[in-house]
Design a protein around this ligand. Structure first.
Ligand code: C2E
Ligand code: CA
Ligand code: CA
Length: 743
């Protein structure tokens, strides 16, 4: 029995492509974002203390934070401050990269936001003597100044209050509009107004308590997702390292609304004192004082409620993911561990950690963009939130964790799949899962998460919907042996086998697939499904590919010289396409054996085509100019649509054997096969059905218009000598498919 492949190691190693196993293990989890040399931040030129221009210099809390975040990320921040609406346009058009602003759902459609780092609020301002208003609802029918493109502008535009908006370019102009009588009230960020009031002698009053305490975050131009990712990382690091706290403390006197609260409290007490004195002087003042006290008390209460809400929002943001509303990893682990600690003895209810991954999310990003991927993630998260007796976390990049009672996870995933397709038919995604059980597989959440991840990776490798963790899934001795043999370069016992393909239109055999076999002197026979994924993921597959290309050309030339023309398909891994000089390897083999480009074909999987679409397209174009054509292997198991694939220079589709092998007994699979054949024909692509195991399937494929068939019913893969003999024996004859079967 062969042990399982080193899935987890392999997957991670795939990211870094290093050739040393140990280096490869150390490099787990490395992610390379290109650090920008400089980042251009925008902002409002008159928005103190957050940002303002003084003697041509950008100043303010936001400015210093941006500089710090850029520095932490290894880059440099430059600033360009100006009129807010102009700056919004500049950000949208990509003339600046980043701009701090209030987060809102509407803005999130136009920009990519980092997490919020600060929570300022808004207030209503007016000249002394204006009719007192205490909330936005009181503004109905009044002239209200707002900054163009500001959060307040946006909110008031969509609110049902519908004041008459006086739209101005910045905070100072809003104050001027009040002074010139163009507006009765202004809704502005309290912080900026308080600061401006302290610097200028403007008679302006705040009405009521602050409201709309909203997260302030960095907004990044929509076309710069990698910059956004880098910025988020640097911001998180700035916060984690304590630098944010230091900056915040430095700016505290200007930022902290408690100062305002204090003055509110002081004025309340003053009010009370005065009230007491006045009360003593004359009862006539009683009602007016009572009203003042009530007003201040309400303001104070509102301010406290606001503060509590902001605290609550902060706590929520620390523990829950802003995009999905699900728990963050740390919180999830804490909660699961809390449960484990308090329910250890005796264990009455076994628990399960299930990790689910939207496996095609990367492809969705590359094909349809980030916003579509975000919609898919959110749609999936919305179903996880509804799971009874469960807690779900979003771990990023399309990976979710669910903590629940031990259950039948297959059924759970089926339910999720059905719910997804019922509620969001346009946002379907393929997902796989892996589970680990408490206490069977571990007593801590961290350990169970690791095991569930291993099980999930194994599901991906084995193309299963879900698997539960087993110790046999851990990296085995055999996996390590295989990798070190290939690293040493001392590989013995590799040889090719050939599997013919029957042309269903002519009954002739004019093509075949070359498949690798490995009979190692010490380790014995190792199936390709065991060693190929390991080699692919650790950047060692090139040796095998080069050898198979060489053998394919040699045997195809040999057959052609014997008047038995047969194009031989070689399996090409994503690594071969992207990291090696494939054209040169093919060219060398063609020169060595005087081969023709038509002697070989390349089989690529959908995933490798989509892994780096621009580069793959270019390589395939170069090869097709040489005359070497490509086919898409295992079609139907990935995410790509036929129309997407048709953007690449490919000639052939190999319909995956999972659909072909039971198309007789499974009408859904049959209709997938049939529609693939029809669509491929529209796009002038040849179709190959693989895994044809019986006569009836072969007949049905011919009837459905499939061009070629490959499978045990025609012949199993065989060594060179046998294959040449097979080709000779069948060369002269032209088979009717049914006769072929009776041979
Ligand atoms: P694949 O490219 O899909 O290759 C077809 C696999 O299906 C082969 O398994 C073949 O033996 C098997 N097969 C053919 N007809 C039938 C059938 O009628 N029924 C069933 N059940 N199976 C059938 P094999 O040789 O074990 O290869 C497995 C996988 O290993 C291949 O899948 C391919 O992904 C990979 N592989 C094999 N050789 C190479 C190689 O030289 N280079 C690379 N990169 N991958 C290879
Ligand atoms: Ca293949
Ligand atoms: Ca295949």
């Amino acid at each position: 029995m062969h042990k399982q492949p080193l899935v987890r190691l392999g997957l991670l190693a795939g990211r870094v492509r290093c050739f040393s196993l140990w280096l490869l293990m150390v490099s787990l989890g490395c992610q390379a974002y290109e650090t920008p040399q400089r980042v251009l931040f925008g902002g409002d030129a008159e928005f103190p203390p957050l940002e303002w221009t003084e003697k041509n210099q950008a100043k303010g809390f936001n400015v210093e934070l941006a500089r710090e975040v850029a520095r932490v990320g290894g880059s440099k921040a430059e600033h360009q401050l100006g009129n807010w609406p102009d700056m919004m346009r500049a950000l949208e058009e990509g003339r600046i990269d980043v701009m701090p602003m209030y987060y809102s759902a509407e803005r999130a459609k136009r920009f990519i936001f980092t997490h919020a780092y600060y929570y300022p609020s808004h207030s209503i301002y007016a000249l002394p003597g204006a009719v007192r208003v205490s909330s936005v609802d009181d503004l109905r029918g009044h002239k209200v100044a707002v900054e163009q493109e500001s959060f307040a502008h946006q909110q008031l535009r969509i609110s049902s209050v519908q004041p008459e908006l006086v739209v101005v370019p910045n905070t100072v102009s809003a104050i001027e509009a009040l002074q010139q009588g163009k507006a009765e009230y202004a809704v502005l960020t309290s912080l900026a107004v308080e600061k401006l009031l302290s610097q200028n002698d403007w008679p302006l009053e705040r009405m009521g308590a602050p409201f709309w305490s909203r997260g302030y975050a960095f907004a990044v131009n929509k076309n710069k997702p990698e910059l956004a990712e880098w910025l988020q990382d640097s911001l998180s690091e700035t916060i984690a390292s304590g630098r944010y706290q230091q900056l915040y403390e430095k700016w505290l006197p200007e930022l902290e609304p408690s100062a305002a609260n204090n003055s509110l409290i002081k004025s309340l007490w003053l009010g009370l004192l005065v009230a007491a004195v006045f009360l003593l002087i004359g009862v006539g003042w009683y009602w007016s004082i009572r009203r003042t006290v009530a007003l201040h008390t309400r303001e104070l209460r509102d301010a406290l409620t606001q503060r509590e809400m902001a605290d609550h929002e902060l706590r929520y943001l620390a523990n829950f993911d802003a995009q999905t509303g699900l728990a963050k990893l740390q919180y999830f682990i804490e909660k699961a561990d809390d449960y484990f600690h308090s329910h250890q003895q005796p264990v009455k209810q076994e628990k399960e950690i299930l990790i689910v991954k939207l496996v095609d999310l990367d492809v969705i990003v590359r094909t349809f963009g980030f916003s579509r991927a975000e919609l898919v993630v959110n749609a999936f998260a919305s179903h996880l939130v509804k799971l009874p007796d469960a807690m779900a976390a979003y771990l990023g990049r399309g990976v979710f964790a669910i903590f629940t009672n031990k259950c039948n996870a297959q059924v759970l995933l089926d339910h999720l799949m059905t719910d997804m397709s019922n509620s969001d038919p346009g946002l379907n995604s393929q997902f796989v899962g892996g589970s680990a059980y408490w206490p069977e597989h571990g007593r801590s959440a961290g350990k169970l998460m690791r095991h569930a991840e291993t099980a999930m990776a194994m599901s991906v490798a084995r193309r299963r919907r879900w698997m539960a963790y087993e110790t046999a899934m851990e990296p085995s001795r055999l996996d390590l042996d295989i990798i070190s043999i290939f690293i040493d370069g001392n590989v013995q016992g590799i040889f090719p086998v050939f599997q013919p393909q029957l042309d269903l239109r002519t009954g002739k055999i004019t093509s075949a697939e070359i498949l690798v076999r490995w009979q190692h002197p010490r380790l014995g026979f190792i199936p390709p499904n065991v060693f190929i994924p390991l080699l692919e993921n650790s950047g060692l597959i090139e040796q095998v590919t080069a050898q198979m290309i060489d053998e394919a050309v040699r045997v195809a030339v040999l057959l052609r010289k014997r008047n038995l023309p047969c194009a031989i398909s070689v399996n090409i891994a994503a690594y071969d396409l992207i990291e090696t000089n494939l054209g040169e390897i093919i060219n060398q083999a063609l020169v060595r054996y005087q081969g023709l480009a038509s002697d070989i074909k390349l089989e690529l999987t959908e995933t490798s085509v989509a892994s780096d679409p621009q580069r793959v397209k270019q390589i395939l174009l170069e090869l097709s100019e040489l005359g070497v054509y490509a086919s898409v292997d295992d079609f139907g198991t990935g995410y790509s649509s036929l129309s997407y694939l048709s953007l690449f220079p490919i000639r052939e589709l190999k319909i995956d054997r999972t659909f072909v092998s039971d198309m007789i007994g499974n009408p859904r699979n049959h209709s997938i096969v049939r529609s693939t054949i029809l669509m491929a024909r529209e796009l002038c692509l040849t179709t190959v059905a693989e895994g044809v195991e019986d006569d009836q399937t072969l007949q049905l494929l011919k009837k459905d218009g499939c061009d070629l068939a490959q499978g045990y019913v025609i012949a199993k893969p065989m060594p060179e000598v046998e294959f040449i003999e097979f080709m000779r024996a069948h060369a002269a004859q032209v088979f009717d498919v049914s006769q072929f079967m009776k041979r």
